[in-house]
Design a protein around this ligand. Sequence first.
Ligand SMILES: [Zn+2]
Length: 298
Amino acid sequence: MNLIEFEKEFNTEEQCREYLFKLRWKDGYHCPRCQCDKAWQVSGVKYKCHNCGYQTSVIAGTIFQGTHKPLTLWFRAIWYVTSQKNGTSALNLQRILGLGSYETAWTWLHKLRRAMVRQGRDKLNGTVEVDEAFIGAPGKGGKRGRGAENKVLLAVAVEISDKKIGRIRIGVIDSASSENLHGFIETTIEKGSTIVTDGWRGYNGLTEKGYFQEIKKRKAEDEDTLLPHVHTIISLLKRWLLGTLQGSCSKEHIAYYLDEYTFRFNRRKSKSRGMLFYRLLQNAVQLQSTSYDDIISK
Ligand SMILES: [Zn+2]
């Protein structure tokens, strides 16, 4: 789908609404209360059950719930966010869509980031490199390694197939303890996979948990060559945070930016941008809405 096709497909509120309707009720409409499959359209997004009279809306229980903006604008935001290879900043989105406030653009991007993680997504498998890294406010000559302060500690898992980088997962952890690292590994990587790590004791005991483990012994000072795939991901991630977001990503929200990065990275070879648009919308109709206040208070 190119921009011209997109404009044709989603030109009116009705077109957007119908598209959401099909995404939400793949097997046709079902009343959330009585499961009746017949409904009247009351107005705009609202439908009324033929049997029990219960009213529901096509945007209830989605990230669009409660929005005062047209769906056509939302669809344009999603199109823009998915068609840009590296994503966009809130300021840029505000300009592109002509949104009145920066806050709206910022909130929309955060809502969309939450929709970038599919519930119950597959775990990584095969051979997976795992390491931790600090990001954020890297001072020159700053201390590297496990004791650095004022930074966010990430756990990074990178699937390797045919010596190439496959899918990735990134999580925020508050320390490199074995509890945290094992927790990260168990939620992101299938049992039976081979975990490639350095000799950090936090990784001890993985075999007891059903994994194979390959430990790379540190020979030189150079950390970048020990687990090269993870280090590639970390430097790409840092560049992305600085480039697209101009480094304007606060500690409180970092996990959501990581979700966006992961979403983009894992679909980097996807030939069709339209597919990303579809995936994001598909998740968006399954997610409860979060308000600006919710996002801020977290
Ligand atoms: Zn009903």
